[in-house]
Design a protein around this ligand. Sequence first.
Ligand code: HAM
Length: 424
Amino acid sequence: MIKLVRGFKDILPADTALWQYVETTLRELLEDFGFAELRIPILEQTELFARSIGANTDIVEKEMYTFADRKGDSLTLRPEATASVVRAYIQHKLYAKDPVWKLYTIGPMFRRERPQKGRYRQFYQINAEVFGLHDPRADAELILLLMTFMRRLELSGIVLHINSLGCPECRPRFKESLKSFLADRSEQLCSDCLGRRDKNPLRIFDCKVPSCKESMQDAPSILDYLCHACQNHFFTVKEILDRFNIPYEINHSLVRGLDYYTRTTFEALAGALGAQDAVAGGGRYDGLVKALGGPDQPGVGFAVGVDRLTELLAGRAQGLEKRPDIFIAAIGERAQDIAFQWVQDFRLQGVRAEIDFENRSLKSQMRRADKFGASYVLIAGDRELDSKAAVLRNMTTKEQKEIPIQDLIGLVVNTIKTSITGSE
Ligand code: HAM
């Protein structure tokens, strides 16, 4: 048997209702916050990611699915979406119409990481990106949006970490101080981090090797190196979060695994998930649009990891799956024939209808209706057809009533729609 590729997974029908619930909840909220959907391809030129995420990051060095296509061009399955959204903003000159854009995108990402619970090689993100706004209220508003989303999902125990990574003005000073801090710690650093020390010392904060983690515990804090403008920016973000009663922890080692960030970074963590506990992460990336050949427009955004969120919500899948409003139990050839027409008519009227083609006994069709969890069953056999009335059974109250065949569709649709609005 041919099986799935390691680190990839199927999302089975038992789970898709939960996935749709998560996606719809965030989609609606994003639209309330003024975001429009952007759809982008999953394949891009490799250079896009190397230049945006950064050549010395784990993602670019070790995790990308990169291949040469038949013409020899180097292509990569996207490991994240921000770079592609920026590319689209530049390529389609969206900024020319208005520099300010709020865009969201939903889809799979690919990273060849070591698979484990909560970490997959194909995983799904919902990204929100804002262009053209320097104002710290844009950062704070995104965090508010993210935390409102967590609240809508009724997720408790989500901890928000925030940090500021400064700007090209102040970060070089911090890097120098980090380098001199690390200068006499060669023994504690893994070989990867030894390489990173000169090229990209901030990345050492991300390293999971215990000796590296330990040596970084006393590392200097970037927050002590922020220039005035970055300090003010961070202060306003915190002030807004306070004002909206959003609790947060300041985590000066939150550098995130991508090189494009400037100023605010943040992550939402769910302790219940274990080692892979980040359910969302993001931050500001003011230099990225320009670095990729666009105008000097700032950006800020986040991505939510849908796989991890649905894992957190796993207990809630029940009750979300879509059940038929009505099951038609048709007994006998003649009834089956008419019922086939009815089932199509119901669906055209927006009623979820199901039928069994096997012409089984009433008893076994009723069992099937129960298995589907249908709210109503319409029973029609030769006797009912002769008397020109079918029987409608409410599966909750067990009440039955006769419905004249002549007006059957209208009457049944009415009963179902009234019972749906009545129970809301
Ligand atoms: P990221 O932190 O790399 O950020 O990913 C965001 C979220 O995607 C993570 O918090 C996690 O929930 C999920 N995720 C990442 N890798 C995996 C994996 N291997 N398996 C399952 N879930 C995973 C970014 O990708 C940035 N582009 C976010 C951003 C948008 N920054 C600004 N705008």
